[in-house]
Design a protein around this ligand. Sequence first.
Ligand SMILES: Cc1cc2nc3c(=O)[nH]c(=O)nc-3n(C[C@H](O)[C@H](O)[C@H](O)COP(=O)(O)OP(=O)(O)OC[C@H]3O[C@@H](n4cnc5c(N)ncnc54)[C@H](O)[C@@H]3O)c2cc1C
Length: 283
Amino acid sequence: MKPPLFDYVPATSVAEAIEARGRYGSTAVLAGGQSLIPALNLHLAFPDALIDISRIAGLKTLRVEAGAVRVGAMVRARELELSPQAHAANPLLREVLRHVAHVPIRNRGTVCGSLAHADAAAEMPAVLVALGGHVRVEGPDGAREVAADDLFQFHMTTSLGPQDIVTEAVFPALAKGAGYGFEELARRRGDYALAGVCAVVTRAGGAAAQVAACGIAERPVRLAAVEAALAGSDLSDGAIAEAAAEAAQYVTNEDDGTGGAYRRRLAVALTRRALARAAARAA
Ligand SMILES: Cc1cc2nc3c(=O)[nH]c(=O)nc-3n(C[C@H](O)[C@H](O)[C@H](O)COP(=O)(O)OP(=O)(O)OC[C@H]3O[C@@H](n4cnc5c(N)ncnc54)[C@H](O)[C@@H]3O)c2cc1C
């Protein structure tokens, strides 16, 4: 199918992109185009204009600074996946990115585009939630930081305003000695996950975990009850299994042909495996 007609605006600065977004009734930001272009071709989106941010040089920066991996809006998923500096600071990112679509899609798709698109089954939003990261946003009223928890509202719905541009995603580095794990199940390799769980576990000063899931609800969710159950435990198989059982209560996406029963069992199993892997890696 051919896409609907739209204006095309190649922005050369973030200010120009924000201004252009204000000039039209509805706009979409063209970053890697890996979600937007299929949506246009399938007539699922009808923006009046596409604001192309891919030529804005300032958005192509990937750096590890101030205890975080800072990913500019035009950094492609594959670039982050292959970055030795990012991997040294936070190896969870590479582990998760290998599950995002396929290499040709990761070569073009951006990390910030995935966060702004906010598919409830997408992996990177869940990682941002698990790590307690944030995005930097610029809009008509200036720049601000939006915490992951405040960004994702519903499937493909964020708290971003109509003129906002995500300029950077900030993923905190892992603490020294922290273990990490990611587990997902998708129908085919590269598909969006039926469910996915990422976990970070530390042992120093008593066990603690940060756990979040994608695909199980209308947005990525932090599994706070799992974290609470694991806190201060001995991280034995029994303690991990007991904590993982708490994941079932977060499943609200029931379109699995079993009224959610399958996804609940899956969420528990994936949480157990992600925690076990993270605990085994924790020093
Ligand atoms: C076959 C296939 C399989 C896929 N499988 C997966 C998968 O398993 N897991 C997964 O997570 N993703 C998957 N994807 C999606 C892919 O990861 C996309 O690249 C990503 O979701 C969007 O990034 P993008 O840069 O391509 O964004 P675009 O397609 O350019 O934009 C997507 C949306 O985000 C908005 N947007 C983009 N950048 C910004 C910004 N800086 N500020 C404000 N708004 C912005 C746009 O307005 C648009 O609405 C798949 C895609 C395909 C085609």
